[in-house]
Design a protein around this ligand. Structure first.
Ligand SMILES: NC(=O)c1ccc[n+]([C@@H]2O[C@H](COP(=O)([O-])OP(=O)(O)OC[C@H]3O[C@@H](n4cnc5c(N)ncnc54)[C@H](OP(=O)(O)O)[C@@H]3O)[C@@H](O)[C@H]2O)c1
Length: 184
């Protein structure tokens, strides 16, 4: 697939490396913006408060599937009038939208291939984005676990706090797995 990654920091840069290794063609855009019209899917990996600025600097987003990995914490709010960043993204692009890759530590991407069992990757969003989330989760070494539709994106964006708390309570940066009983 042709993937455009907006935000080439820890998360965007890390997933870009994993996806490129899996055979995808990845274009990384930073603050300078650019063009996403030729891509099959877009990953949004900028600070949670920079979503409006980031989208406004990228052309060709109309109708594109977007996987939004942004988190909001420390009292940060989504753009006015929207319950979540992901729903704001959808209002701009009009394409299939998912909140995904927001609940995994980028610092562990380099070790995911060592996992005995694939770790989970929570996502919430449109049914039409499901195949893309599952494929790109697998290609990064994760198993997609659905939290719900796009109305659950705000709940997912709020998980950054509990995830940091778990890490700071003693576990350090971690992966997780959620499995059906038949996968025990
Ligand atoms: N790091 C993690 O483990 C992790 C895990 C889950 C979710 N997240 C979420 O993922 C997002 C990115 O986190 P990160 O750790 O990758 O941050 P980061 O390392 O600080 O990288 C942020 C990137 O966003 C870009 N950026 C900032 N403002 C922008 C704008 N207006 N337009 C376009 N690009 C802009 C920066 O571009 P330049 O390169 O041009 O400066 C930089 O490449 C955050 O929302 C974070 O909450 C991070």
């Amino acid at each position: 697939m042709d993937i455009t990654v907006i935000g080439r920091g820890n998360l965007g840069g890390g997933l870009a490396r994993l996806w490129a290794r899996a055979g995808h063609r990845v274009t990384q855009l930073g603050r300078g913006g650019g063009e996403a019209g030729a891509s099959d899917v877009v990953l949004l990996a900028v600070p949670g408060t920079a979503v409006e600025a980031a989208l406004s600097s990228v052309a060709g987003l109309e109708g594109k599937p977007v996987l939004d990995a942004t988190n909001l914490y420390g009292g940060a709010r989504p753009p006015a009038g929207f319950p979540s960043n992901a729903e704001y993204v959808k209002s701009v692009t009009g394409g299939p939208t998912a909140k995904a890759f927001s609940t995994n530590f980028a610092s562990l991407f380099g070790r995911i291939a060592e996992a005995r069992v694939r770790p989970g990757n929570l996502w919430s969003g449109d049914d039409e984005a499901g195949d893309l989330v599952e494929r790109l989760s697998l290609d990064a070494g994760y198993e997609a676990v659905r939290l719900g539709d796009l109305s659950l994106a705000a709940t997912q964006e709020g998980l950054a706090g509990p995830i940091f708390a778990i890490a700071q309570a003693g576990l350090g940066q971690f992966v997780y797995r959620m499995a059906a009983p038949e996968q025990l």
